[in-house]
Structure formats: C-alpha cells, structure tokens
Design a protein around this ligand. Structure first.
Ligand SMILES: Cc1cc2nc3c(=O)[nH]c(=O)nc-3n(C[C@H](O)[C@H](O)[C@H](O)COP(=O)(O)OP(=O)(O)OC[C@H]3O[C@@H](n4cnc5c(N)ncnc54)[C@H](O)[C@@H]3O)c2cc1C
Length: 409
C-alpha cells in the first residue's frame, strides 16, 4: 500500500444527491475540496421506462439547484411538475386537496428521477478544478485533531483537511466513527417502489391514499406514467414484490380505488426499509453531518432529500460567511451556527412528519374519526391549508439564501 498524502480545505464523504450538491455549492468559493464516493457514479438512465427511485423536489430545493447551476441540466433530461396534491383516507371520508394556484405558484414541486439529479450534479462538477471527485474508494478511519482532521482511505491515501462533511447516508459510518449517537426507531415498514402506466392521465397531480397498512402514492412521471411508493409492513411488501404482474396490477388497482383507471403496464419492483432518526449532534470540531446521515425520515411527505438540500444551503452560507471573515471553517464556533440553524428549522418538521405517520397509521376508531374530520376541516380552512402547502414546499422558516434563490455574496 502506498501512502500518498494530500491536503485540502474540505472533504465531503458520500457523493449521493446531498453530498454532490454540497460539492457544487462549495465549488465557487475559494476552497479546495474532495468529494469521496464509495461506488461508481452510474448516471445512465434506463433505455426504456424510468428509474425506480424518484424524489418530489420542493420549490426551495429547485431554487438551490438554480443557484448552483444544475437546474438547466435537470430540466434538459426529464422532470414532471405537479400542480395539485390529492390525499384521502381509506378508512373514512376524509379528503384534502392542494392546488398550487391557491398560493399563486405555477406548481407545488417536481417529481424527478434521482439519477437525473445525480447526473446533472456530476456534469456541473466537471467544470471546477478546485473540486476533486474520487470514486470507488472509502474511508477506513478518521482522526480529528485541534488544527486539522485526517482521513485514511481504503487505497492507502491519507487526506488532511480543515473540515469533514459526512453525507454518507442513513447508515453513516462516519457518524459512527465520530461517536455521534442518534434518536429514532424502525417503523417496521418498507416502501415498495415501481412505476406504472395507467389508463387515464395523472392530471399533473400527486395522489396519496392512506390505507390502514400505510400510505400509497402515485406520483406523476412523463406521459401517462406514475411512480409508485407503497409503504406497508415488510412481510406484506415482500409478498407484493413476489406477485406475478397480473396479480400485482389487480392488488394495486384495488388499493388505489382505480382512481386512474386500469394499470396498463408496470416496471420492475424493489423495496426499501423505512425508519426515523435524528442525530443528537449535527457537528463536532472539524466535522459536520448533512442529509440522511443527520436525519432519516419516512417518505410519506416527500421531505428527506429536501431536508438534506436545506442542510447544504445552510452549511454553504455558514462556511461562506466564515471565509469572508477569515475564520477557520472547521472550528466548532463556526459549525455551531449551522447546527443551531438546522436544528431549529428541521426538528419541528421531523417531529410533525413522524406524528403524522403515526396518526395516519392508527386504527383506533376515535383517531380514525379525528383524522377524517381534521382532513375535511383543513380542506375548508384556506389559511391553514395554504400554510401547510408553504411548509411542504420549503417556503417557510428562516430559509438560507440559496434556498430563497439569492446569491451568497
Ligand atoms: C422509497 C423512498 C422514497 C423517497 N422519496 C422521497 C421524495 O419524494 N422526496 C424526498 O425529499 N426524499 C425522498 N426520499 C428520501 C431520499 O431518497 C433521501 O433522503 C436521500 O436519498 C438522501 O440523500 P443522501 O445523499 O443524504 O444519502 P444517500 O442517497 O444514501 O447517499 C449516500 C452516498 O454516500 C455513499 N457512501 C456511503 N458510505 C460511504 C463511505 N464510507 N465512503 C464514501 N461514500 C459512501 C453512498 O454510496 C451514497 O452514494 C425517499 C426515500 C425512499 C426510501
């Protein structure tokens, strides 16, 4: 093993949607950074059909993508705006309908395949000499000292840096190596994902039906296709994954009350375990957590990556301000501002999403009555409904500049 040491200002570990966005946000600053990804970056979209993994991207995340100049490359590939959201409860008459026109917006957000976002980010990173992308390599150990931190990589390389940003996902090894604990639980739920072509068009609407076993979402893709996220008990998800196509179509149509007519075709199916946790600390000296490494949530409200992108926008602003004031970007006094800001903004949202999941998962008759009553009441209370939409779109709270579409300078 050769020992090759180099020194940079920042090392971002994990090159998923959040880590690669962080690299793009830092690229225009006077910083040298490494983006380290354990796997190959596969940006090729399927020749036929769609990617199974998609994300509902909020207007705030769109603004960040515009500010780091990746939005045009995303739009050039394929995106699906959703203008309406229709949510209803299978165990009652509760219905709520959100329309972007009610708050004067063109759409509530966009459904985008994760690979479309990742490929646009890596295309953008190719334009910058100060960002080195290392793939197929991972961290063996980290060492955090007073003046700098170091990372020993699998291939024997040693990188010294002023700041490590861990964006290595929900199972973050870096978070464990830093000794940061989490609070949370498994939901005993898994998400079955696939995509389908339906008899009737989706009307640019995100549909979500709350079944007693968990939420089922139909999210608009181009033409008459919808992406499916069906959350249910792991055993049930396994059974649904194993059904033949005809049997699966029948069960899906029935679970969705055939809202969009017959299911004409389906793509491959996969399942993902679901859990909820928040890291007890988002930072340490010379160390910061972002994205799923800091908080992992149920996909029912489509907020996971959007929270991670808000981390990116906030940390970018904090580091930018520190550089302007000649401060040490890895010092805990700088990073504390990031932690306070993100905890204040994200914790209420994280807790309410978890409560929402429990409220809709409950089979207690009084709770069932209350949620159906609550849905209908909210549906007819315009100011409250508009407030919920604005929170879901990431347009409320003390938003960082990049999420508001403002430059850092
Ligand atoms: C079914 C489902 C549907 C979802 N839908 C939505 C939605 O509609 N909207 C939304 O906002 N969110 C959604 N989410 C959540 C969203 O997918 C995640 O929040 C998001 O992918 C997190 O991104 P990340 O970059 O933080 O982590 P990840 O995507 O997990 O990326 C981590 C990266 O780090 C790399 N890595 C790991 N360990 C190492 C290491 N030691 N060294 C180097 N690299 C490493 C991995 O290879 C990976 O590339 C959904 C989640 C699920 C499961």
């Amino acid at each position: 093993m050769s020992t090759d040491t180099h020194e940079v200002d920042v090392v971002i570990v994990g090159g998923g949607m959040v880590g690669a966005s962080m690299a793009c946000a830092l690229a225009t600053m006077n910083i040298r950074a490494v983006l380290l990804e354990a796997n190959d970056i596969n940006t090729e979209l399927p020749a036929e059909g769609f990617e199974m993994r998609v994300s509902a991207i909020t207007r705030a995340s769109q603004k960040l993508f515009e500010m780091i100049d990746v939005w045009p490359a995303i739009v050039k590939q394929r995106i699906s705006p959703f203008r309406d959201m229709h949510v209803w409860d299978a165990s009652g008459d509760g219905v709520i309908h959100f329309d972007s026109a009610d708050i004067g917006e063109a759409c509530l957000g966009h459904i985008i395949e994760n690979k479309v976002i990742v490929s646009a980010l890596y295309e953008r990173l190719r334009a910058f000499e100060n960002i080195e992308v290392i793939t197929n390599n991972s961290v063996m150990s980290i060492n955090i000292g007073a003046e700098n931190a170091s990372l020993a990589l699998k291939d024997g390389k040693l990188i010294k840096t002023r700041l490590i940003i861990a964006a290595d996902g929900g199972n973050s090894v870096l978070r464990q190596q830093a000794g940061i604990s989490v609070r949370g639980w498994d939901y005993d739920h898994a998400a079955l994902v696939t995509y389908v072509k339906t008899e009737h068009g989706h009307q640019d609407t995100a549909w979500q039906r709350f079944l007693p076993t968990g939420p089922l979402a139909f999210l608009p893709l181009p033409q008459q296709y919808s992406s499916i996220v069906w959350s249910t008990q792991p055993e049930e998800a396994k059974r649904l994954c194993a059904l033949d196509e005809t049997a699966f179509k029948t069960e899906l149509e029935s679970a969705f009350e055939s809202k969009l007519g017959k299911i004409e075709s389906i793509g491959p199916r996969a399942m993902f375990p679901l859990r909820f946790f928040v890291a007890n600390d988002f930072i340490q000296s010379r160390f910061a957590l972002i994205g799923d490494a800091a908080h992992t949530v149920h996909p029912l409200a489509g907020q996971g990556v959007n929270l991670g992108l808000a981390d990116v926008a906030t940390l970018a602003e904090v580091l930018h301000d520190a550089l302007q004031n000649n401060k040490d970007i890895g010092h805990v006094s700088v990073l504390r501002r990031y932690e306070r800001w993100r905890k204040a903004d994200s914790l209420p949202l994280l807790v309410s999403m978890d409560s929402f999941k429990r409220f809709f998962g409950s089979d207690i008759p009084a709770v069932r009555w209350l949620r159906n009553f609550g849905l209908n009441l909210t549906n007819h209370t315009t100011p409250l409904k508009n407030k919920i939409v604005r929170v879901a779109m990431g347009l409320e709270g003390s938003m960082p500049k990049l999420s508001r579409g403002l430059p850092l300078d």
